[in-house]
Design a protein. Structure first.
Length: 289
């Protein structure tokens, strides 16, 4: 019974196995990045960047149709341009960074939807906005696996620098001549994972698998070294549960994965040992942290 319920869809159907592999690649690399976004108070910036890649992906679609290389390169270029342009606008104008980023991503979202709508159909627009997790081909899986491997490699090599830049960027810049490079490395990894996630979950959903498991992990532990792998595990759990839910209910796979991640977050919000509602509402003993 448990086998039929939990394992059979992934054993019997190749498209389910492909979807699971792709979602796991996104979760294991993207969710730890989300922990750094939460600590940097850039959670909404991740959402903004996920929309910012749309016009680049749409231009790739306009030139080459549903071409993986064209849409990937276009989305990556658009995400980096919007991130750098919004940062420059915030630095050299009276606008704060959140307002600048919001303006750029709103224009990007509208421009991307318009470009896709002019050439494509409603089906193409839905594919771009919500992805096609159940239709991942070999090239897309290789892209997701490559981005995941590169991200985990960079997190391992530059872990101390990323932590220092998150907690005390001024110290890092004074202590290392490479301190100015670290924020751009981090931003590039975020955009790269959003572009990869776009192919499976769409531009509207890609950020969900980065942010929701990360926020949930921070509700269970204050230890960053524990929060990073925990976020990846929670993202993997949400991917598995969401795909199983999609298979049995007929719901779209991408939104089902994000809904599962949302359930993980809300459970953590209530029960989390490092800041959940129940822990914060109960009376504390003297000297209890």
């Amino acid at each position: 019974m448990l086998y039929d319920l939990l394992a059979a869809p992934f054993v019997d159907y190749q498209f389910m196995r492909r979807a699971l592999v792709g979602a796991l690649a996104l979760a294991l690399a993207g969710s730890p990045l989300g922990v750094f976004l939460v600590l940097r108070r850039m959670s909404l910036a991740g959402d903004a960047l996920s929309h910012a890649i749309l016009p680049g992906a749409a231009m790739g679609y306009l030139v080459a149709g549903l071409s993986l290389p064209a849409m990937t390169l276009g989305g990556l270029a658009a995400g980096l341009v919007v991130a750098l342009a919004s940062g420059a606008a915030a630095r050299f104008s009276a606008l704060r960074e959140d307002a600048s980023l919001a303006a750029f991503y709103l224009v990007s979202l509208a421009l991307g939807v318009t470009i896709v709508s002019l050439k494509g159909s409603n089906v193409d627009l839905l594919h771009v906005l919500f992805g096609s997790a159940l239709a991942l081909d070999d090239a897309t899986l290789l892209l997701l696996a490559g981005v995941s491997t590169l991200t985990l490699f960079c997190l391992a090599i530059f872990h101390r620098a990323l932590v220092a830049d998150t907690l005390d960027p001024v110290f890092l810049r004074r202590a290392s001549r490479f301190g100015e490079f670290v924020p751009f490395l981090f931003l590039g990894l975020v955009v790269l994972n959003l572009v990869a996630g776009f192919h499976a979950l769409g531009t509207l959903m890609a950020v969900g698998l980065i942010m929701l498991p990360a926020a949930a992990a921070k509700l269970w532990t204050r230890d960053l070294s524990a929060a990073l792998p925990l976020a990846g595990c929670l993202g993997a759990l949400a991917s598995y549960v969401g795909l199983a839910l999609s298979f049995y209910s007929g719901a779209p796979a991408g939104p089902a994965i994000i809904l599962a991640a949302g359930v993980v977050y809300f459970v953590s919000l209530c029960l989390g040992r490092a800041g959940g509602l129940i822990r914060n509402l109960r009376p504390r003993r003297h000297f209890e942290g």
